[in-house]
Design a binder for this molecule. Structure first.
Ligand SMILES: NC(=O)c1ccc[n+]([C@@H]2O[C@H](COP(=O)([O-])OP(=O)(O)OC[C@H]3O[C@@H](n4cnc5c(N)ncnc54)[C@H](O)[C@@H]3O)[C@@H](O)[C@H]2O)c1
Length: 255
């Protein structure tokens, strides 16, 4: 399928990787609805994208909120053909730190947003995609979730984040197998370190050191390079049930 005719919902679409994906889809001629909890940025990002974009306040961890927003997005765009899960949080903490064991409440929050949130969007988007007219190849839609290389090489302090992203990788294949009957493909992108607000908040020397750890190219990823991967997956029907690392060959060390 081509981005020019995409009708996309993008969680976390107000910022970073999600926003770069929205920009790509809009410049190709498609439609997007940004689903985020940051209303100020969400509204500003949608208006930057122009009239084929909208913003809806959506907490991905809340099943009802996701259901309502995807229903509304379906109405606004006249269908949903692509769902991209970019909403995420990266709360970190040592499991047994100086202040004692890490509160499970924090662990649970990361799982709710990153993992349960991606599941909520996947199932609610699929419920609309099944109504799409199939392409010649029988295709009705594409779902792309965002894991992280921390799903495979989590660093100290990333127990919750790595567990949530490992869960995103793990649920993808059974869902891709289940949705095969509908012609809906399910894939995951595992980014390395990308220069988005999530990473820009780190001290500059940390960012530079992270960039130097990337074998090639020795720099942080650009959000457009994440959008390249979305475009490739959306346009390549044979890519299904796969996790694609986009990381310049970095393999993270323990810290
Ligand atoms: N930037 C990186 O280096 C990197 C690397 C690997 C994976 N990732 C993953 O990529 C995704 C996008 O990250 P980013 O770097 O663009 O971050 P970002 O902070 O720029 O964007 C994340 C967006 O998610 C939104 N969000 C947070 N909680 C939400 C919720 N409950 N419901 C809806 N929206 C919510 C935020 O408001 C924000 O707009 C995340 O899942 C992140 O874990 C990022």
């Amino acid at each position: 399928m081509e981005l020019a005719s995409a009708k996309a919902v993008i969680t976390g679409g107000a910022s970073g990787l999600g926003f770069a994906t929205a920009e790509r889809i809009i410049s190709a001629g498609g439609h997007v609805v940004l689903l985020d909890i940051n209303d100020e940025l969400g509204e500003a990002s949608a208006s930057k994208l122009g009239e084929r974009a909208a913003y809806l306040n959506t907490d991905v961890a809340n099943e009802e909120s996701v259901k309502a927003s995807i229903g509304k997005a379906n109405e606004l765009m006249g269908g949903v053909t692509l769902a991209v899960n970019c909403a995420g949080i990266a709360t970190a903490g040592r499991t047994l730190g100086r202040e004692g064991p890490w509160p499970s409440e924090f662990f649970n929050k990361v799982i709710q947003v990153n993992l349960v949130g991606s599941y909520n969007v996947t199932k609610e988007a699929a419920a609309f995609m099944v109504n799409n007219e199939p392409t010649e190849d029988g295709e009705r839609g594409v779902i792309i979730s965002t894991a992280s290389i921390a799903a495979f090489e989590g660093q100290i302090g990333q127990a919750a984040y790595s567990a949530s992203k490992g869960g995103v990788v793990g649920m993808m294949l059974p869902i891709a197998r289940e949705f095969a009957q509908f012609g809906i493909r399910v894939n995951t992108i595992a980014p390395g370190v990308f220069l988005t607000p999530m990473v820009a908040g780190m001290p500059e020397e940390v960012q530079e050191s992270l960039g130097r750890q990337v074998p090639f190219p020795p720099r942080l990823g650009r959000p457009e390079e994440y959008a390249d991967a979305v475009e490739f997956i959306y346009g390549t029907t044979m890519v299904n049930g796969e996790t694609i690392r986009v990381d310049g060959a970095i393999r993270m060390q323990p810290k």
